[in-house]
Design a protein around this ligand. Sequence first.
Ligand code: BDR
Ligand code: CA
Length: 318
Amino acid sequence: MNEFKKLPVLLDGDPGHDDAIAWMLAKASPLLDIRGITSVAGNQTIEKTTYNARRVAALLGIDAPIAMGRPGPLLSDPITAGNIHGQTGLDGPRLPEPAGELSPLGAVELMAKVLRESEEPVTIVSTGPQTNVAALLLAHPELKEKIARISLMGGGIATGNWTPAAEFNILVDPEAAQTVFQCGRPVIMAGLDVTLKALIFPEDFERIRSVGNQVAHVVAEWLEFFYIFHREIGYAGAPLHDPCAVAALIAPQLFESQELNVQVETAGEYCRGATICDNRGYGESIPNARCLTGVDREGFVDLLVEAVRRYDGWEAAV
Ligand code: BDR
Ligand code: CA
């Protein structure tokens, strides 16, 4: 018999509405095996993102160990995004309380343990600032080869969102992002070039709501919350940034991409946190990332709908 092997993954993020939806996709996928969750300071303080990570895991029935990241970026002061995700970092529908204990390990040590104990290399999905991933690379260079790839949401070839030049996750910790892009392991960059095309409209979240189970209801509420905020600031729909980093692993056929050299601006008066992606098509820079540039939006929505359907029959106690 052909033994089907799931891809082992570590989920590192700062939930966050779109992080939570990314994790929903990951847990629903028969292709992925979640080996651990680590929280990072970003959308909110580390205390809040850790609490949210634990509540989201309880909602989705993820029983992997969960560990807390450091209080802030490697070198700079924290920046939070309460204006987008609310004061809790995950405002909106009521969620279950955490189901298990927080790991006694810190985020970096949990990641290291998972890598060390895994027979095959592990994929890291990073949907917040890259602080934990960079700290892992710096503290445990001997484990680098155990990282299969890093699929991250961050950056942009063409634009920023938090500043005209920089996307939020990269801007929060540019030194960490630069460490990750230069680490020598395969990197998938789900940047704004693709995530601003992964737009969700009311008919999409109503389709998700109509699936009818508990997770479908919560995801629809998160999407509606995200949609209202983005409409108010002039977007046509809600850009589903973080789910692209998971979808690129489980449905790569939905995406267009380019292999590019990416450098992160860590200085600069106006451009700190910008990702400088060499897409000139000539010159000698060596690609270090696969940058996603386009998505089949309809296929992406279908993927979300199929994922919430997989929670039929599961209900967390709220
Ligand atoms: C990124 O910033 C956060 O607010 C989102 O969760 C996403 O990871 C988009 O710029
Ligand atoms: Ca995020």
